[in-house]
Write a protein that binds this ligand. Structure first.
Ligand SMILES: [Ca+2]
Length: 337
């Protein structure tokens, strides 16, 4: 089994910690189915319409988690077990830059990255001029630069913008920011169980949303890393950074990019004991911890380093941390279950 290695950025607090402290925080350290129908719905709040595409899922019982030897037992990926989720809806795509901009324009919301004044950007995406203003990166994850002025509208810092990426997933949003978007749109974050049920797309016990083979027929099905992490990304899947939210084939429930592209915040508090400590009926980890769960992996994942684009893989970060590889999608209870 691959040794457990850090992959996500450390929690926001790690930047001001000593290397030893940062190491302690370093996360993975801190920082077709007949029941499916698609229903485009516009959420109107205070005169602002945000168009969301939904997959209506009937819920049911499925095998959640994995005992895969390639997995990370310390992350609490297993033991796998039968879990039931109630009927719910989940957005077909991650929330986009365009949607998040609508939310900000309607509310004046200021993200935590903007309030703190910086966010984590992967080193290969940072311009030379921006690197001059970089804070010390967390000890365990030196490829993350704490870039002054990086935020959802300036993903690589002040000299960048989102104009050519309006249909890419919004990034540099903390868990708290994601919940603010949900509150405005009358939605909520999916629970981990809902997320995994949705991501499996009706296929039982598979490694990826489309099956067990990473590249069936040699075809790339998700946006992850190719090459030698963290220095050389050959981008054979077409993308070094984020990809548009509708890239690649959707899964059996019509959901796009459940593996790779960006990590997606979930509603649960984080615990490696998740599968031992939550019920099998609509599980939700409600006992307060200092982190929130994320699922799905990102464009930085590679088998050799952070093999967490598998369906059962888990990650977390502190709820105020934002990075250039984490976003979210929204869920809601079904109107007519
Ligand atoms: Ca890629």
């Amino acid at each position: 089994m691959e040794p457990k290695k850090p992959c996500c950025a450390a929690g926001r607090a790690a930047v001001s910690l000593t290397p030893q402290e940062a190491s302690e925080h370093a996360l993975h350290p801190s920082s077709g189915h007949p029941e499916v129908s698609e229903s485009p719905v516009s959420t109107e709040t205070a005169g602002t319409k945000i168009h969301l595409n939904w997959a209506e899922l009937a819920g049911g019982t499925f095998r959640m988690g994995s005992d895969d030897p390639d997995g990370f037992p310390a992350d609490g990926e297993g033991p796998s077990r039968e879990v039931s989720v109630r009927p719910f809806r989940i957005s077909s795509y991650a929330v986009t830059n365009a949607q998040f901009r609508q939310f900000v324009e309607a509310t004046g919301y200021v993200t935590e990255a903007e309030r703190f004044g910086w966010s984590y950007v992967f080193h290969l995406l940072v311009s030379e001029s921006t690197k001059a203003a970089v804070k010390q990166a967390p000890h365990e994850t030196p490829w993350w630069y704490a870039v002054q002025g990086a935020d959802w509208a300036h993903p690589e810092g002040p000299d960048s913008d989102i104009e050519a990426r309006l249909n890419h997933p919004v990034i540099h949003v903390s868990w708290n920011d994601a919940v603010a978007f949900c509150d405005f749109t009358g939605t909520r974050l999916p629970t981990e169980a809902e997320w995994e049920f949705a991501a499996r797309g009706g296929l039982a016990g598979r490694r990826y949303p489309w099956g067990d083979e990473l590249k069936p027929g040699g075809e790339h099905r998700c946006n992850i890393w190719q090459g030698r992490f963290p220095v050389k990304n050959s981008a054979q899947d077409g993308y070094i950074g984020t990809a548009p939210v509708d890239t690649y084939e959707p899964n059996g429930y019509g959901l796009y990019n459940m593996s790779g592209n960006v990590w997606e915040w979930c509603a649960d508090y984080w615990s490696p004991g998740y599968h031992h400590e939550t019920s099998a009926d609509n599980p939700f980890y409600s006992r307060q911890t200092d982190r929130r769960s994320m699922r799905g992996g990102s464009y930085l994942c590679h088998r050799s380093y952070c093999n967490r684009y598998r369906l059962a893989a888990r990650s977390s970060n502190t709820p105020d941390t934002s990075t250039g590889n984490a976003g979210f999608r929204v869920a809601a209870d079904r109107l007519n279950p």
